[in-house]
Design a protein. Structure first.
Lengths: 250, 219
């Protein structure tokens, strides 16, 4: 099967510090990939390079055959990047809902501004997406009135409203109170069951094992181990993967 | 002349300046917020070094030289090289230019206080940088800027009293001229103070109302 997303030779440096040292992987349509690894391993940076929130120093990212972020050998500007970014829905660790807009407007605004839907159409779409994350009952609330788990579910609806080819999750449960993690993971599980293509940076190892098709273990800016989720997590081959998994289990 | 009718004639005399005080306040407020917002946008969201340095210099100079000095430069200084402004035009322009420096810092602080994730989420959703600035960042920055802008507006109203020094016929201009002819110093200046209060208190109330209405972004 052709890859939906392909990443080749991805490097990223901040000044003299190289945080990504050549990352290669592909994601097939409908595939769920979990990126795990110790903090500072580069997994969030790697994810943020997919939609060029971080501009890679080198390498090639292609989504559905289209080179992301580079045109005629030039790194594209934010204005040019907008349509490519719209193809990828992104969910952030800190939700990043827009507090001056209602829940529904948060989900609807990109549909209006980017895809040119009418206010009515966008609202309808937003309500449909909010239903997917079980948040219809707070459609008219302000994001500020919501719990962390609810905010993150709205953020997921906002990303879904882009009708993205690929969903990017950047530690979506790391900022949540422990008792709220479950409701977000449940929504993600439902999305996975719909056959969506998902790239997930996470510390929820059990979730990665059960939901992901494959796991990439990053350490020191490189993929140290990659393979089927259950195998990498329950029977890792590499010493570093074993050490990491041991550490977070205890 | 009885005490009361004297008081009435003072009020009458000062009220002649009311219109100019209000005009200069509103016009320079509009000029200051408009230009200040543009300066803040350019300074915050472009990376043209020369332009940004120029904006910084502008803000430093206008914030750190007394208003009276600016007004004298605009009114007398320009006149000496052949550019003649009316005293009211010089007052509006002078206070407006100073105000632009002040409000641009206020707006910039508003933009700067927004978490980086706000813009990132917008760009990630496919909004362009301009859409991000105007749909996502500006409404939030405005709300944050509101209390400081309100304080500035009240400060500005009070500062209009300095334009009497370039003969703009506002409240203090009439107060001073009445004092020189009637010598009712205390009563005239106290009435002027009351008149300023009458203007600034409602202005403060409007600001508070706007803050209550729009200003709440934190739960």
């Amino acid at each position: 099967m052709n890859a939906l997303l392909s990443v080749a030779g991805l490097r990223k440096s901040y000044g003299p510090v190289e945080v990504l040292k050549g990352i290669d992987f592909t994601v097939a349509p409908g595939e769920k990939i979990a990126l795990i690894g110790p903090s500072g391993s580069g997994k969030s940076t790697c994810l943020r390079c997919m939609n060029f929130l971080e501009k890679p120093s080198a390498g090639e990212i292609c989504l559905d055959g289209e080179r992301i972020g580079v045109r005629n050998g030039q790194v594209m500007r934010d204005r040019q990047l907008a349509p490519q970014r719209a193809e990828m829905g992104m969910v952030f660790q800190l939700f990043n809902l827009w507090p001056h807009l209602s829940v529904t407007e948060n989900v609807a605004i990109a549909a209006r501004k980017v895809r040119g839907l009418s206010a009515g159409e966008a609202r309808e779409l937003a309500l449909e997406m909010l239903a997917k994350v079980h948040m219809t009952h707070r459609a008219d609330a302000s994001p500020l009135e919501l719990s962390g788990g609810q905010q993150q579910r709205v953020a997921i609806a906002r990303a879904l409203a882009q009708k993205p080819k690929l969903m990017l999750f950047d530690e979506p449960t790391s900022a949540l109170d422990p008792e709220l993690v479950h409701e977000v993971l449940k929504v993600m599980e439902e999305l996975a069951a719909e056959g969506r293509t998902m790239l997930i940076v996470t510390h929820e190892i059990a979730f990665a094992r059960d939901i992901a098709d494959r796991v990439l273990f990053l350490d020191g800016g490189k993929i140290v181990e990659a393979g089927p989720a259950r195998q990498v997590i329950t029977a890792p081959r590499e010493a570093r993967t074993q050490a990491f998994l041991n550490k977070i289990r205890h | 002349m009885s005490g009361f009718s004297l008081f009435l004639s003072v009020v009458n005399g000062l009220a002649a300046g009311l219109e100019v005080t209000v005009l200069v306040t509103l016009a320079s407020l509009a000029f200051a917020t408009g230009v200040g917002f543009l300066l803040a946008l350019v300074r915050q969201f472009t990376a043209i070094r020369v332009v940004n340095l120029a904006i910084d210099a502008y803000c430093e100079i206008l914030c750190n030289v007394p208003a009276l000095t600016h007004l004298f430069i605009l009114y007398f200084g320009l006149a000496s090289i052949g550019v003649r402004l009316t005293s009211i035009a010089a007052a509006i322009l002078g206070l407006g230019l100073i105000g632009a420096a002040i409000t641009s810092s206020i707006f910039r602080a508003g933009f700067a206080s927004l978490p980086k994730g706000q813009a990132e989420a917008s760009l990630a959703a496919g909004l362009t940088p301009l859409q991000t600035i105007f749909e996502i960042l500006t409404p939030q920055a405005m709300r944050i800027a509101l209390p400081a802008l309100g304080n500035y507006a009240v400060q500005l109203l009070k500062d209009t009293s300095v334009v009497s020094a370039i003969a703009a016929p506002e409240i203090m201009f009439f107060a001073r001229s009445m004092v020189t002819s009637s010598f009712q110093t205390t009563m005239i200046y106290a009435t002027a103070a009351a008149l300023y209060l009458l203007l600034s208190l409602p202005l403060m109330q409007v600001t508070r109302f706007l803050e209550r209405r729009y200003g709440r972004l934190k739960g």
